[in-house]
Structures are given as structure tokens and as C-alpha cells.
Design a protein around this ligand. Structure first.
Ligand code: NAD
Length: 255
């Protein structure tokens, strides 16, 4: 039986990390040729090798790197069908606006928001050449909810990813290019584990708001990305695609 991404070529940024690596696995299991893009050479190569894909070392904040990575992927596989713009950072020195320095603010904006601009700007032309495709930009539940445990630049960057994705989805809808903002709830990945190891009290404060009483597993987010990448989601574009275990719908959670 053909896979759900049979004959598709997918470029996954941040493909060496928690969500990206699971997505590389799921995409490849469903027949995609996968390009893992990351800054982490060792983990990136491992992730690509595990799925029979290719690793491209690139910094998604650098325009020339982003152009090169798509060029390499398109030359290697004859085209590109799926852009999963997933690389992101959540550093601990990004916190309340009162304590967050401008340099920290800017670094987070560059990695989380400017990168998505660059990846769409230089990636969408390849989808146009193919006559269509799917763009999945990773936002977050914090693009629709406020937290008193603030990470001000992160939240603002993800709000930008959400609105940019919505607009791109509308602009390219008639060309068969779908653009969706994937909004994960908190996931147990190194990114969040590091944040919470540094501050268990913050972790407990957040857990109480989760209807399911647990964080997501990375594969649960990867499965949503797989759906958005595949033709099964052919009528879904410009969406705020929440995968948050009910977090954004909750007022009072079960005891
Ligand atoms: P992760 O830290 O496990 O993986 C992120 C990957 O991005 C890493 O491999 C890292 O090397 C790579 N990366 C960072 N900067 C880069 C750059 N400039 N160029 C290329 N690669 C770069 O994180 P994750 O939890 O898998 O998160 C993936 C995405 O999901 C991020 O955009 C994150 O903001 C978002 N997200 C995560 C959670 C969560 O709870 N973990 C929740 C909502 C949204």
C-alpha cells in the first residue's frame, strides 16, 4: 500500500530536535524523501541516517543558508513538496519583558520568526514549480493564550508565525499551496525539559492547566504535521491547527 507521503519530498528544519526528529521518522515511514536541516551536525546526521534521508547543515536565520538548503534538496530529489518550518528556540533568559534584554529578544525573533519568513520566501517558489504543496509553520499554543510565566519574545515570535501563516495560506490558496500554523501544546522534549528542570515550580504551575494532566509526546505533534503534510488535509489552509490536549479550550480542568 502506498504511504501517505509517497513520492513527496519534505524539508524539515530543526529536524534533529524533539518534534522534528519524530516528524522525520513519521514522514519517512509514510514514503517521503526527507531532508533534515539543523545546526546540530551530529544529531542531524543521525536523524537523517535513521530514516534514509539526507542531512543539510544550515542556519535558518541566514538567508544564504536557507536558499542553499532548498537548492540542495530540489537538486537532490527533483523538487520539493513539503516545507516543515519547525526550528525554534526557547532560551531561559527570555522571560518577563522587564528582565529580557534586547539581544535576547532579537535572537529569539531571528530563530523563531525571521527563519519562517526566510523559509517561506525561498521555499514557496519550489512548491509553485511543483504545482502545489504544503507548508507547515510551527507556532505554539502561546500564540493564542497569555501566560503569567512569561517568555515575551517567544510568545511574540509565535504570534507572528501564526499571522504570517494565515496570510500566506490565503495568498497562495488558488495555486494549490496550503499553509498552516501548527500550534503544539507543551511537549516533553529537551527544550521544555531544560526549562522545567531549571524551575520545577513553573512546571507545576503549568501542569494544572492541562485537561489531560500530561504533556504531549513529540510523536503526537509529528502525527499532526504528517496529516497537514499529506493530501488528507487538502481542504485545510490558513488554519490555527491546535494540538494542545484541550489546553486552549479549558477553563476549569479535572481534579
Ligand atoms: P528542540 O530544541 O528539541 O529542537 C529544535 C531544533 O532546532 C534543534 O535540533 C536545534 O538544533 C534546531 N535549531 C535551533 N536553531 C536553529 C537554527 N538557527 N538553524 C537550524 N536549526 C536550528 O525543540 P522542539 O521542542 O522539538 O521544538 C520544535 C518546535 O516546536 C519549535 O519551533 C518550538 O518553539 C515549537 N514548540 C515546542 C513546544 C514544546 O513544548 N517543546 C511547544 C510548542 C511549540
Amino acid at each position: 500500500m502506498p504511504g501517505r507521503l509517497q513520492d513527496k519530498v519534505a524539508v524539515i528544519t530543526g529536524g534533529a530536535g524533539g518534534i522534528g526528529r519524530e516528524s522525520a521518522r513519521r514522514f519517512a515511514e509514510e514514503g517521503a524523501s526527507v531532508y533534515v536541516v539543523d545546526l546540530d551536525h551530529g544529531a542531524g546526521k543521525d536523524a537523517a541516517a535513521e530514516v534514509g534521508g539526507s542531512y543539510i547543515h544550515a542556519d535558518v536565520t541566514a538567508p544564504e543558508d536557507v536558499q542553499r538548503m532548498y537548492r540542495e534538496a530540489a537538486e537532490g530529489s527533483g523538487g520539493i513538496d513539503v516545507l516543515f518550518n519547525n526550528a525554534g528556540i526557547s532560551p531561559t533568559d527570555d522571560e518577563s519583558i522587564l528582565n529580557t534584554d534586547y539581544e535576547v529578544w532579537q535572537r529569539v525573533q531571528d530563530v523563531n520568526l525571521k527563519s519562517v519568513y526566510l523559509c517561506c520566501k525561498y521555499g514557496i517558489p519550489y512548491l509553485r514549480e511543483r504545482g502545489g504543496g504544503s507548508v507547515i509553520n510551527t507556532a505554539s499554543f502561546v500564540s493564542v493564550m497569555g501566560a503569567a510565566t512569561s517568555q515575551i519574545s517567544y510568545t511574540a515570535s509565535k504570534g507572528g508565525v501564526l499571522s504570517m501563516s494565515r496570510e500566506l495560506g490565503v495568498e497562495f490558496a488558488r495555486e494549490g499551496i496550503r499553509v498552516n500554523a501548527l500550534c503544539p501544546g507543551p511537549v516533553s522534549t529537551p527544550l521544555l525539559e531544560e526549562l522545567f528542570a531549571n524551575d520545577p515550580e513553573k512546571a507545576a504551575r503549568r501542569m494544572v492547566h492541562l485537561p489531560m494532566g500530561r504533556f504531549a509526546e513529540a510523536v503526537e505533534i509529528a502525527n499532526a504535521a504528517l496529516f497537514l503534510a499529506s493530501d488528507e488535509s487538502s481542504y485545510i489552509t490558513s488554519s490555527t491547527f491546535m494540538v494542545d490536549g484541550g489546553l486552549s479550550g479549558a477553563y476549569v480542568t479535572p481534579e
